[in-house]
Write a protein that binds this ligand. Structure first.
Ligand code: PQQ
Length: 231
Protein backbone atom coordinates (compact mmCIF):
# COMPACT_ATOMS: atom_id res chain seq x y z
CA UNK A 1 0.00 0.00 0.00
CA UNK A 2 1.23 3.48 -0.85
CA UNK A 3 1.35 6.14 1.89
CA UNK A 4 -0.73 9.34 1.52
CA UNK A 5 2.40 11.26 0.53
CA UNK A 6 3.34 8.66 -2.07
CA UNK A 7 -0.19 8.84 -3.50
CA UNK A 8 0.03 12.65 -3.67
CA UNK A 9 3.35 12.39 -5.48
CA UNK A 10 1.90 9.83 -7.87
CA UNK A 11 -1.09 12.07 -8.68
CA UNK A 12 1.24 15.05 -9.17
CA UNK A 13 3.39 13.01 -11.58
CA UNK A 14 0.28 11.99 -13.54
CA UNK A 15 -0.91 15.60 -13.74
CA UNK A 16 2.56 16.74 -14.83
CA UNK A 17 2.04 14.77 -18.05
CA UNK A 18 -0.18 17.68 -19.12
CA UNK A 19 3.04 19.15 -20.52
CA UNK A 20 2.86 16.50 -23.23
CA UNK A 21 -0.85 16.90 -23.99
CA UNK A 22 -2.00 17.63 -27.54
CA UNK A 23 -3.34 21.08 -26.67
CA UNK A 24 0.25 22.21 -27.35
CA UNK A 25 0.39 20.67 -30.80
CA UNK A 26 0.83 23.26 -33.60
CA UNK A 27 -2.31 21.96 -35.34
CA UNK A 28 -4.46 22.61 -32.26
CA UNK A 29 -2.77 25.98 -31.73
CA UNK A 30 -3.64 26.92 -35.32
CA UNK A 31 -7.19 25.61 -34.87
CA UNK A 32 -7.80 27.69 -31.76
CA UNK A 33 -6.20 30.77 -33.33
CA UNK A 34 -8.72 30.55 -36.19
CA UNK A 35 -6.01 29.80 -38.75
CA UNK A 36 -7.41 26.56 -40.20
CA UNK A 37 -9.29 26.34 -43.48
CA UNK A 38 -12.60 24.57 -43.88
CA UNK A 39 -10.80 21.67 -45.59
CA UNK A 40 -8.32 21.34 -42.72
CA UNK A 41 -11.17 21.25 -40.21
CA UNK A 42 -12.89 18.62 -42.32
CA UNK A 43 -9.73 16.49 -42.44
CA UNK A 44 -9.40 16.77 -38.66
CA UNK A 45 -13.04 15.85 -37.99
CA UNK A 46 -13.05 12.91 -40.43
CA UNK A 47 -9.82 11.52 -38.94
CA UNK A 48 -10.84 12.14 -35.36
CA UNK A 49 -14.04 10.23 -36.09
CA UNK A 50 -11.90 7.10 -36.30
CA UNK A 51 -10.82 7.77 -32.70
CA UNK A 52 -14.40 8.44 -31.57
CA UNK A 53 -15.83 5.29 -33.14
CA UNK A 54 -13.12 3.16 -31.54
CA UNK A 55 -13.55 4.51 -27.99
CA UNK A 56 -16.36 2.07 -27.06
CA UNK A 57 -14.25 -0.88 -28.27
CA UNK A 58 -11.36 0.38 -26.13
CA UNK A 59 -13.68 0.75 -23.12
CA UNK A 60 -15.19 -2.69 -23.74
CA UNK A 61 -11.66 -4.14 -23.61
CA UNK A 62 -11.17 -2.50 -20.20
CA UNK A 63 -14.48 -3.96 -19.00
CA UNK A 64 -13.47 -7.38 -20.27
CA UNK A 65 -10.15 -7.28 -18.40
CA UNK A 66 -11.36 -5.71 -15.14
CA UNK A 67 -12.27 -8.19 -12.40
CA UNK A 68 -14.00 -5.62 -10.12
CA UNK A 69 -17.75 -5.18 -10.30
CA UNK A 70 -17.75 -1.71 -8.71
CA UNK A 71 -15.30 -0.44 -11.37
CA UNK A 72 -17.17 -2.06 -14.28
CA UNK A 73 -20.48 -0.65 -13.06
CA UNK A 74 -19.23 2.88 -13.62
CA UNK A 75 -16.91 2.23 -16.57
CA UNK A 76 -19.80 0.90 -18.66
CA UNK A 77 -21.34 4.39 -18.70
CA UNK A 78 -18.57 5.50 -21.05
CA UNK A 79 -19.80 3.07 -23.67
CA UNK A 80 -23.37 4.28 -23.22
CA UNK A 81 -22.21 7.92 -23.48
CA UNK A 82 -20.55 7.28 -26.84
CA UNK A 83 -22.95 4.74 -28.37
CA UNK A 84 -26.22 6.01 -26.85
CA UNK A 85 -29.01 3.52 -26.28
CA UNK A 86 -31.01 4.34 -29.43
CA UNK A 87 -30.56 5.89 -32.86
CA UNK A 88 -29.92 9.63 -32.72
CA UNK A 89 -28.21 9.50 -29.30
CA UNK A 90 -24.66 9.47 -27.98
CA UNK A 91 -21.27 10.99 -28.58
CA UNK A 92 -20.57 9.22 -31.86
CA UNK A 93 -23.84 10.58 -33.26
CA UNK A 94 -22.92 14.06 -31.96
CA UNK A 95 -19.54 13.80 -33.69
CA UNK A 96 -21.29 12.88 -36.98
CA UNK A 97 -23.40 16.03 -36.57
CA UNK A 98 -20.25 18.06 -36.00
CA UNK A 99 -18.84 16.60 -39.21
CA UNK A 100 -22.03 17.50 -41.06
CA UNK A 101 -21.81 21.06 -39.72
CA UNK A 102 -18.30 21.17 -41.22
CA UNK A 103 -19.65 20.01 -44.60
CA UNK A 104 -18.88 16.27 -44.47
CA UNK A 105 -21.42 13.54 -45.16
CA UNK A 106 -22.14 10.70 -42.74
CA UNK A 107 -21.18 8.28 -45.46
CA UNK A 108 -17.68 9.67 -45.95
CA UNK A 109 -17.05 9.67 -42.20
CA UNK A 110 -18.59 6.23 -41.69
CA UNK A 111 -16.49 4.43 -44.30
CA UNK A 112 -13.17 5.88 -43.03
CA UNK A 113 -12.11 6.92 -46.54
CA UNK A 114 -10.31 10.02 -45.23
CA UNK A 115 -8.47 8.25 -42.41
CA UNK A 116 -4.72 8.59 -42.96
CA UNK A 117 -2.29 5.76 -42.07
CA UNK A 118 -0.75 7.50 -39.05
CA UNK A 119 -4.16 8.07 -37.46
CA UNK A 120 -5.18 4.47 -38.10
CA UNK A 121 -1.94 3.19 -36.53
CA UNK A 122 -2.26 5.45 -33.49
CA UNK A 123 -5.92 4.63 -32.77
CA UNK A 124 -5.42 0.91 -33.37
CA UNK A 125 -2.43 1.01 -31.00
CA UNK A 126 -4.63 2.57 -28.32
CA UNK A 127 -7.29 -0.17 -28.67
CA UNK A 128 -4.61 -2.90 -28.69
CA UNK A 129 -3.02 -1.35 -25.59
CA UNK A 130 -6.35 -1.62 -23.74
CA UNK A 131 -6.80 -5.21 -24.89
CA UNK A 132 -3.35 -6.47 -24.01
CA UNK A 133 -1.96 -4.43 -21.08
CA UNK A 134 -3.09 -4.75 -17.44
CA UNK A 135 -6.52 -3.15 -17.04
CA UNK A 136 -5.18 -0.56 -14.56
CA UNK A 137 -2.75 0.71 -17.21
CA UNK A 138 -5.58 0.96 -19.72
CA UNK A 139 -7.56 3.01 -17.19
CA UNK A 140 -4.50 5.23 -16.60
CA UNK A 141 -4.17 5.81 -20.34
CA UNK A 142 -7.60 7.48 -20.33
CA UNK A 143 -6.31 10.12 -17.90
CA UNK A 144 -5.53 12.54 -20.72
CA UNK A 145 -9.13 13.48 -20.01
CA UNK A 146 -7.82 15.30 -16.93
CA UNK A 147 -6.38 17.82 -19.37
CA UNK A 148 -9.23 17.84 -21.91
CA UNK A 149 -11.78 20.25 -20.36
CA UNK A 150 -9.56 23.35 -20.69
CA UNK A 151 -8.92 22.49 -24.33
CA UNK A 152 -12.63 21.85 -24.91
CA UNK A 153 -13.60 25.24 -23.43
CA UNK A 154 -10.94 26.97 -25.52
CA UNK A 155 -12.10 25.12 -28.64
CA UNK A 156 -15.74 26.13 -28.11
CA UNK A 157 -14.81 29.81 -27.78
CA UNK A 158 -12.46 29.60 -30.76
CA UNK A 159 -15.00 27.90 -33.02
CA UNK A 160 -17.75 30.38 -32.19
CA UNK A 161 -15.42 33.31 -32.73
CA UNK A 162 -13.30 32.27 -35.70
CA UNK A 163 -15.47 29.84 -37.64
CA UNK A 164 -18.94 31.44 -37.55
CA UNK A 165 -20.00 29.39 -40.59
CA UNK A 166 -20.24 26.28 -38.37
CA UNK A 167 -23.80 25.84 -37.06
CA UNK A 168 -23.87 26.18 -33.25
CA UNK A 169 -25.77 22.88 -32.69
CA UNK A 170 -22.85 21.16 -34.44
CA UNK A 171 -20.71 22.03 -31.41
CA UNK A 172 -22.90 20.08 -28.97
CA UNK A 173 -20.29 17.31 -28.70
CA UNK A 174 -17.72 19.63 -27.13
CA UNK A 175 -20.33 21.03 -24.74
CA UNK A 176 -21.23 17.54 -23.51
CA UNK A 177 -17.55 16.74 -22.93
CA UNK A 178 -17.21 19.77 -20.62
CA UNK A 179 -19.10 17.79 -17.96
CA UNK A 180 -18.42 14.18 -19.03
CA UNK A 181 -14.62 14.48 -19.20
CA UNK A 182 -14.09 15.76 -15.60
CA UNK A 183 -16.51 13.12 -14.25
CA UNK A 184 -14.75 10.34 -16.17
CA UNK A 185 -11.26 11.58 -15.31
CA UNK A 186 -12.10 11.81 -11.62
CA UNK A 187 -13.33 8.22 -11.61
CA UNK A 188 -10.26 7.02 -13.53
CA UNK A 189 -8.00 8.81 -11.05
CA UNK A 190 -9.82 7.18 -8.11
CA UNK A 191 -9.40 3.76 -9.72
CA UNK A 192 -5.72 4.24 -10.55
CA UNK A 193 -4.82 5.51 -7.06
CA UNK A 194 -6.81 2.68 -5.43
CA UNK A 195 -5.53 -0.20 -7.58
CA UNK A 196 -1.96 0.85 -8.41
CA UNK A 197 -0.42 0.34 -4.98
CA UNK A 198 3.09 -0.85 -5.82
CA UNK A 199 5.92 1.25 -7.31
CA UNK A 200 5.89 -1.01 -10.39
CA UNK A 201 2.13 -0.50 -10.89
CA UNK A 202 2.49 3.26 -10.47
CA UNK A 203 5.35 3.33 -12.97
CA UNK A 204 3.18 1.31 -15.37
CA UNK A 205 0.34 3.83 -15.00
CA UNK A 206 2.67 6.77 -15.70
CA UNK A 207 4.08 5.04 -18.77
CA UNK A 208 0.53 4.34 -19.97
CA UNK A 209 -0.43 8.00 -19.73
CA UNK A 210 2.74 8.98 -21.53
CA UNK A 211 1.91 6.46 -24.28
CA UNK A 212 -1.56 7.98 -24.64
CA UNK A 213 -0.10 11.48 -25.00
CA UNK A 214 1.98 10.04 -27.85
CA UNK A 215 -1.16 8.54 -29.44
CA UNK A 216 -2.94 11.89 -29.47
CA UNK A 217 0.17 13.79 -30.63
CA UNK A 218 0.86 11.32 -33.44
CA UNK A 219 -2.71 11.65 -34.69
CA UNK A 220 -2.32 15.41 -35.09
CA UNK A 221 1.12 15.00 -36.71
CA UNK A 222 -0.45 12.69 -39.29
CA UNK A 223 -3.46 14.95 -39.88
CA UNK A 224 -1.27 18.05 -40.21
CA UNK A 225 1.05 16.26 -42.65
CA UNK A 226 -1.84 15.04 -44.82
CA UNK A 227 -3.19 18.60 -45.04
CA UNK A 228 0.26 19.89 -46.04
CA UNK A 229 0.39 17.21 -48.73
CA UNK A 230 -2.98 18.47 -49.99
CA UNK A 231 -4.59 15.07 -49.55
O1 PQQ B 1 -11.00 16.49 -28.45
C1 PQQ B 1 -10.12 16.18 -27.66
O2 PQQ B 1 -9.08 16.83 -27.55
C2 PQQ B 1 -10.31 14.96 -26.85
C3 PQQ B 1 -9.27 14.40 -26.15
C4 PQQ B 1 -9.49 13.20 -25.45
C5 PQQ B 1 -8.35 12.70 -24.69
O3 PQQ B 1 -7.67 13.52 -24.05
O4 PQQ B 1 -8.06 11.53 -24.73
C6 PQQ B 1 -10.74 12.58 -25.51
C7 PQQ B 1 -11.75 13.26 -26.21
N1 PQQ B 1 -11.54 14.40 -26.86
C8 PQQ B 1 -13.07 12.73 -26.27
O5 PQQ B 1 -13.94 13.35 -26.88
C9 PQQ B 1 -13.39 11.51 -25.63
O6 PQQ B 1 -14.54 11.07 -25.66
C10 PQQ B 1 -12.36 10.81 -24.99
C11 PQQ B 1 -12.34 9.56 -24.39
C12 PQQ B 1 -11.04 9.34 -24.04
C13 PQQ B 1 -10.45 8.15 -23.47
O7 PQQ B 1 -9.22 8.02 -23.55
O8 PQQ B 1 -11.18 7.29 -22.96
N2 PQQ B 1 -10.29 10.43 -24.36
C14 PQQ B 1 -11.07 11.33 -24.96
Amino acid sequence: MATATETDEFVAALRAQSRRYHDRHPFHRAMNAGALTRRQLQAWAANRFYYQENLPRKDAAILANCPHREVRRRWILRIVDQDGTADGEGGIEAWLRLGEALGLTREEMGDDRHVVPGVRFAVDAYVTFARTRPWTEAVASSLTELFAPDLMAERLTAFERHYPWIDRPGLAYFRSRLTQAPRDAEHALEVVTAYCGSPAERAGALAALSFKCDVLWSMLDAIERSCADGR
